[in-house]
Design a protein around this ligand. Structure first.
Ligand code: GLN
Length: 491
């Protein structure tokens, strides 16, 4: 039997249906992999103790000849931003260290309905604020390719888990790049769907107008399967769309790229980009060209504002969303029996002061400032206006092209500790990813090569709103041409 942990979700599901192996064997294989490697990698905050029982239930269904679903028996690792009924959900924060949700996020419910089994909850930057996983209260997750490097963030645990074969698929959230950037740093596929494709119900809110959950996996086909399962209208999230959810895992299989127009935004190639990243984009271009693609230069003139407006809008929304964590209904409560609160303000200050980490506090302060009277128009309102212009840039660009090709980040993964004390450098890392969220577009990262230091590099593809079929089709064709050998040597 081929090593189970190296199989894709699609292969696992097929192997179960054809009775090659059992769901309990599959679960055991991944749990053993976690046991061997997660001590060092720290990709999981907690594991689902019921995972084996749930695998057994899948085996019983199989024995009775029942349908197990498109993800039947497939372990899925879920970022700790998504509520899981009865299973601790921390958002990577001390604030929610002991929070056990009484219900599951729609995404989790839908995955389970498709037969997937939550294997555990993944490490992440605190409240998804970060690009390196170093802001997690539970210690930083490490990059499986080289443990001196960050796995990216904020969904670093979700990316590391898939790269290290501790789960075949995982779920991340992407507010400004948090699926695509760690996917690129860890050499896996990561897809951020169009805003409104995936319900945000039951997902800890960071910046509600930007947040979107999506899959990480080793193949475009697996991500497509997950998207089929999680996308679609949800009565519990009024921003979800009724747009048709396709069977992407089959409809994107053999897409012809002949005559397809690939846009290259001229503003994206002005920044100083690492030569290895440049090379990755160049070789993707060559491959696309050989399949019949044509290239057009497009312009996204407001690119230079994307990081500043992202950090105004995201922090403004975060300051409002995180107001609920005051230790009354939600969140950490200080030990008042030891030292009673002087007054109500002291009660709030102690709960929030102890519960939140430094980066979250910085963002709440920033966002409170940009929303405060006197500054609202100058910052928040202005940022929203520029966001509209940026969106318009993309709408015009997509009149000239089908997809946009770009780097995901300017460099491959950086070393742990290298940027954490320099927030501006850390924020600048989001230059190519934040605009996708601000404009509400679907985007993905596809691993294509390794840097000279042996670290993975992905390329980013972006499509117009609700054009996932095109996006995944192009990526799948490109994936076939690149044959990225995505296995870190020590896992
Ligand atoms: N790195 C970005 C930030 O720190 C993106 C985070 C995200 O997408 N959740 O905000």
């Amino acid at each position: 039997m081929s090593e189970i942990t190296n199989l894709t979700a699609k292969e696992i599901n097929a192997g179960l249906v054809s009775k090659k192996f059992k769901a309990t064997e599959v679960m055991q294989a991944f749990l053993s992999q976690i046991e061997s490697h997660d001590g060092e990698l720290n990709a999981f905050i907690s594991l689902n103790e019921k995972a084996m029982d749930q695998a057994q239930a899948v085996d019983q269904k199989l024995a009775k000849g029942e349908d197990i679903g498109i993800l039947g028996g497939v372990p899925v690792a879920v970022k700790d931003m998504l509520c899981t009924n009865g299973l601790k959900t921390t958002a990577g924060s001390k604030m929610l260290e002991n929070f056990i949700p009484p219900y599951s996020a729609t995404v989790v419910n839908r995955l389970e309905k498709s037969g997937a089994i939550v294997i555990g909850k993944c490490n992440q930057d605190e409240f998804a604020m970060g690009s390196s996983n170093e802001t997690s209260f539970f210690g930083n997750c490490k990059n499986p390719w080289n443990t001196e490097f960050v796995p990216g963030g904020s969904s670093g645990g979700s990316a590391a888990a898939v790269a290290a074969r501790m789960a075949p698929i995982s779920i991340g959230t992407d507010t400004g790049g948090s699926i695509r950037q760690p996917a690129s740093f860890c050499g896996v596929v990561g897809v951020k769907p169009t805003y409104g494709r995936v319900s945000r119900y039951g997902i800890v809110a960071f910046a509600s107008s930007l947040d979107q959950a999506g899959p990480l996996s080793r193949t475009i086909e697996d991500s497509s399967l997950v998207l089929e399962s999680i996308c679609g209208y949800d009565e519990f999230d009024s921003t979800t769309s009724k747009e048709k959810v396709e069977s992407w895992s089959s409809s994107t299989e053999n897409v012809s790229l002949k005559g397809l127009k690939v846009g290259l935004p001229k503003e994206y190639f002005q920044d100083s980009i690492d030569p290895d990243v440049e090379k990755a984009v160049e070789s993707a271009k060559k491959n696309l060209e050989s399949m019949g693609c044509e290239f057009v230069e497009v312009s996204i003139p407001h690119t230079k504002y994307s990081v500043p407006i992202y950090y105004i809008i995201a922090t403004s929304e975060a300051s409002s969303n995180l107001a609920r964590y005051d230790g009354v209904r939600f969140g950490h409560r200080s030990n008042f029996s030891e030292k009673p609160a002087a007054d109500l303000l002291d009660f709030y200050c102690r709960n929030r002061g102890e519960g939140f980490g430094a980066e979250v506090k910085r963002r709440i302060s920033l966002g409170t400032f940009t929303l405060s009277s006197g500054y609202y128009d100058a910052y928040y309102n202005k940022a929203c206006q520029v966001r509209n212009l940026l969106r318009q840039d993309f709408v015009s660009a997509f009149k000239q092209c089908d997809v946009i090709l770009s780097p995901v980040t300017t460099t491959p993964a950086f070393k742990i500790g290298e940027r954490i004390s320099d927030p501006i450098t850390m924020y600048k890392n989001d230059i190519f990813t934040t605009s996708t969220n601000l404009a509400g577009l679907p985007g993905l990262s596809l691993p294509t090569s390794l840097s000279k230091d042996g670290l993975p590099i992905g390329i980013q593809l972006t499509a117009s709103h609700f054009e996932e079929t095109k996006l995944l089709g192009v990526a799948r064709a490109l994936e076939k041409m690149t044959s990225f050998e995505g296995r870190p040597s020590n896992v």
